[in-house]
Design a protein around this ligand. Sequence first.
Ligand code: SF4
Ligand code: FES
Length: 250
Amino acid sequence: MNLKLKIWRQPNASAPGKMVDYQVSDISGDMSFLEMIDVLNEQLIETDEEPVAFDHDCREGICGMCSMYINGEAHGPDRGVTTCQLHMRKFKDGDTIYIEPFRAKGFPVIKDLVVDRSAFDRIMAAGGFVSVNTSGNTMDANAIPIPKPDADEAFDAATCIGCGACVATCKNSSAMLFVSAKVSQLALLPQGKVEAKQRVLSMVEQMDKEGFGNCSNTGACEVECPKGISLSNIARMNREYLSASITGDK
Ligand code: SF4
Ligand code: FES
């Protein structure tokens, strides 16, 4: 395949950016999208040009680093996959592909396609954990019975990889799908119930501080989420938040 690429280039956080045209040739349909950018970067390095900066780590859909907008969609045109799992066979010879960073106030651009998603880390630090009693009387987690439906729902919520596609897709740049997945995975389990009220209040407070908007109720986040995180988590977080606010546990 021969492709025309239009890629957002921005030298640093404060400099203005612009779309720049590139051409790549002999791209195999079996390549991943990131491998296609690798080919472009090799070309650029050979001609002494600055390679395109993009985030990646695992390249197998686990780490959530490879966040970018491809033809106006977070992680591109396929469903249930991250950019690193997107195959070039989803495109046709002669296509023009627009590649941009995720755009949201809470995700400032660092360089080219790389954005700063440390806001998610701060939200997690605000409450996305279970405190462990190290008194010596800690109960073995496996000894605590958990109903199978609760375990399944908690596991589904826990598959969120923190990629930020939900934020980038939402017209309000809402982080509620991400935060609700993190709240739910713990709220559903007995181990997480102890700090549940404080957790939801603190995480939502930090989410608001980071500049993410409210849920738009359009459901675009669920559609673009590579892990199929359900909107029902947002409903659960809202219930948890309301209940914690009324009982004023914080
Ligand atoms: S909810 Fe989905 S889209 Fe949002 S951060 Fe988690 S995995 Fe990514
Ligand atoms: S590089 Fe890890 S999910 Fe894509």
